[in-house]
Design a protein around this ligand. Structure first.
Ligand code: ATP
Length: 731
């Protein structure tokens, strides 16, 4: 057989197995549908009985495994590259064993595995076996499928000693083939080509804190997402019920990664940009806008904790020159509390209760203090005094102004008044920092990402705002959906048990934080409220941090770890950047951050980065030419990474001029982002506009330029404006 006959023969052979898997799944889908139907009928015929989905399923235990597979198949994303993607040929003492590996496990009628779930122990050798330690694997085969058709095969021979006459070896390796494919606007899963060091991090124990570090392009994000899928597989009860939260830097990034988990058959993980995390206690409020570097540094700092406490304690009512006072007349007796007495009552109550939960106690304390002033010989029934006080208009008006329910946004907005900021920030922020803070809350400002953590902090200091009680809602919507029925009942029970002392944070059993080097200390506090009982996966690279104080970043993670069990993994290979590009990027970052963890780039393209120059007036026309050329040169995306001060103008001016040369499909391949928005993303070709301005405009300086330079998978062009560029490394 010649090579192409051999390939055709092998493809046909693998296709036969894949066909058998799909046939079995069709059968299982039918039986799953019948099972759901029967379950629903039982549920509907006896609505008084509590019916759990598991109980319904138990009726069909004879093929529960395949039933589950069919259920999970329903959530598998259509964009993935095939349900079955791998095959292992193992040398067993008796005979050769063949194992097929896939996104989900499937068994035949005799309960024999047709496909093993990639997360199962039996699939481990697919990822871990090496020629040095073959783990009994003779040949590892990656199958490339388009829908249910096998279209390609890539083999690795792991045990060269073994007799492989019956095992032909095809292709040049799956990893390289996968890395050189064009990138689209969505991240793809790597389930067919996970590397051994990545596999260790994915399958690490769930308890405590798992830290995954590594330079740009080492697969930290994609590994973290596969870890979420692995945790659900290995401990589904705990993590599906308790929930897994994945936090990333911004909405563009969240859109970029959102398809990975569905392509692995998982849709129960909550993905949130850091500006959306506090939405659970803020009525869904979220933010995308970011502050300028100086303001962001102030708002992210732990010093805000003390400042916000001062803010909450600052009375809302203007005390006037004589200070606050409360005067009530009861049957001709004048009762009075002065400023100092009122302050004492306020701090006494707040020493053990939060503002929004303490109004009742504060009123009790006020009434007691006033009642003791009624003379003993007064002509009043002592038991009637409290009611006489609380009925008086003077008392009611005073209490409403002195102790109103406070909303976190209203409280934070008070910082827009420089006099308020000066009072609460005295001894905490210097004058310049106070001015930045006050200016950022001036009339008409929008909430920023950093504000979300401050609002969250305020909610936890204030306590939840009292909500109007309309009584529990006993009507369940969507009654046919059995699992929702249970969830609604659970929620109801929780509300009754926890009542008002509940902070209403959503909490999770596992929290996975990506780009953790950019999480500010205030944001860590916000995240920890969502994971007080959780285990954690923390992913990041300090050398890409845009936060000015790197020690603070390290301290925040150490605090989180505390005494919990923890483990660290370092990923050492850069799968994204061509060696030519990464060589330049490493030289740039090392100048300002010599400790940067630099991975080894595995690919080279033969194209050196192009370091070009232009002038402000020629910038747009030069960019048009460059982008035009790059869209021809690469099959996927072209990213234009520009400093924030230039981005809007480029977004406006460039597309109309590009449009005259390109069709719409090509225009969709051109994307405009700031370096901060580019975090975690990648493009086939990248133009970094005005690198010196990127350094100057970002709190992280050169580290943020490093992020921009490490985004391309194939071509890099830098474009200095009005000068040769101080950022360029010495030749
Ligand atoms: N084992 C693998 N097989 C195929 N592709 C991989 C593998 N590991 C990583 N990649 C690819 O390398 C690229 C970089 O991965 P990822 O974005 O997860 O890296 P990262 O470490 O988070 O990068 P950064 O820190 O720069 O954001 C992605 O295109 C990813 O699909």
């Amino acid at each position: 057989m010649n090579d192409s006959e051999l390939l055709a023969h092998e493809l046909a052979h693998e296709q036969a197995h894949v066909d058998a898997v799909y046939a079995r799944l069709d059968e299982a889908t039918r039986s799953a549908r019948d099972a759901a139907q029967t379950g629903r009928q039982i549920f509907q015929s006896d609505r008084q009985t509590w019916m759990r989905e598991e109980d319904g399923t138990a009726l069909f235990e004879r093929d529960a495994f395949t039933f589950q597979a069919a259920k999970r198949l329903a959530v598998l994303d259509a964009e993935h590259e095939g349900l079955v993607f791998g095959r292992l040929d193992l040398e067993e003492p008796e005979e050769r064993e063949v194992r097929y590996i896939g996104r989900i496990g499937v068994r035949d009628e005799d309960y024999e595995p047709l496909v093993i779930d990639w997360r199962a122990r039996a699939a481990e050798p697919f990822y871990r076996a090496t020629p040095q330690q073959p783990m009994d694997v003779v040949r590892r085969r990656v199958l490339r499928c388009r829908n249910d058709q096998v279209v390609g095969i890539e083999d690795d021979l792991l045990d060269a000693e073994s007799n492989t006459d019956d095992l032909p070896i095809i292709g040049e390796g799956a990893l390289m083939a996968s890395l050189s494919r064009s990138r689209g606007t969505r991240m793809k899963d790597i389930v067919a080509t996970i590397q051994a060091e990545q596999d260790l991090a994915i399958r690490a124990d769930h308890a405590g804190v798992t830290i995954i570090s590594g330079g740009p392009g080492t697969g930290k994000t994609v590994v973290a997402l596969h870890r979420a899928a692995y945790l659900l597989y290995s401990n589904r009860r705990r993590f599906e019920r308790g929930g897994i939260l994945v936090v990333g830097p911004g909405p563009v990034f969240m859109n970029y990664i959102e398809r990975v988990l569905p392509s692995l058959g998982e849709d129960s993980v909550v993905l949130r940009a850091i500006g959306q995390v506090a939405g659970d206690v803020l009525g869904g409020l979220s933010a995308e806008q970011v502050d300028d570097a100086g303001t962001a540094a102030v708002k992210g700092s732990l010093r805000m904790v003390g400042l916000l406490k001062n803010l909450v304690n600052l009375p809302l009512v203007d005390p006037g020159s004589d200070g606050l006072s409360l005067v009530v007349t009861v049957k001709g007796n004048v009762l009075k509390l002065n400023d100092a007495q009122l302050s004492r009552i306020r701090s006494g109550v707040l020493s053990h209760q939060r503002v929004n939960l303490a109004r009742e106690s504060a009123e009790k304390a006020l009434v007691n203090a006033l009642a003791t002033q009624v003379p003993e010989d007064a002509d009043v029934d002592p038991d009637a005094v409290p009611e006489l006080i609380t009925d008086s208009a003077a008392y009611r008006d005073f209490v409403d102004a002195w102790w109103p329910p406070l909303s976190a946004p209203d409280v934070l907005r008070r910082l827009g008044d420089p006099r308020v900021t000066a009072k609460v920030a005295d001894g905490i922020l210097d004058a310049d920092e106070q001015a930045l803070l006050a200016a950022s809350y001036a009339e008409g400002h929008d909430w920023t990402v950093a504000d979300m953590a401050l609002l969250d902090e305020l909610v936890s200091v204030l306590g939840p705002e009292p909500i109007e009680d309309h009584g529990p809602n006993l009507f369940i919507e969507g009654g046919e959906n059995v699992s929702e029925f249970v969830t609604t009942a659970d929620r109801l029970r929780r509300t009754i048990e926890n009542d008002l002392t509940d902070d209403r944070h959503e909490t999770y059993a596992h929290v996975l934080v990506d780009e953790s080097q950019d999480i500010t200390p205030m944001q860590w506090r916000m995240l920890r409220r969502r994971g007080s009982q959780a285990s954690w996966t923390i992913v990041g690279d300090i050398a890409q941090s845009s936060w000015p104080d790197l020690d603070e970043v390290g301290r925040a993670v150490r605090d989180l770890v505390g005494t919990a069990p923890h483990r660290e993994f370092r990923l050492s290979v850069n799968y994204r950047s061509p060696a030519e590009v990464f060589d330049l990027a490493s030289k740039v970052v090392q100048v300002s951050y010599p400790r940067a963890d630099l991975p080894r780039a595995v690919r080279s393209t033969g194209f050196d980065p192009e370091l070009l120059e232009t002038s402000s007036s020629a910038l747009v026309s030069d960019l048009v030419r460059i982008v035009d050329r790059l869209t021809d040169a690469v099959g996927g995306t072209v990213g234009i990474i520009a400093p924030p001060s230039r981005l809007d103008a480029l977004k406006r001016l460039l597309p109309p001029r590009l449009g005259t040369r390109m069709n719409t499909a090509n225009l969709d391949r051109v994307l405009f982002v700031t370096p901060l928005e580019a975090k975690g993303l990648e493009y086939d070709a990248v133009v970094v506009v005005a690198p010196d301005e990127i350094v100057a405009e970002s709190p992280g300086g050169v580290r943020v330029l490093y992020v921009a330079l490490t985004r391309p998978t194939q071509r890099l062009v830098t474009l200095d404006v009005d000068g040769p560029g101080a950022w360029r490394p010495a030749p």
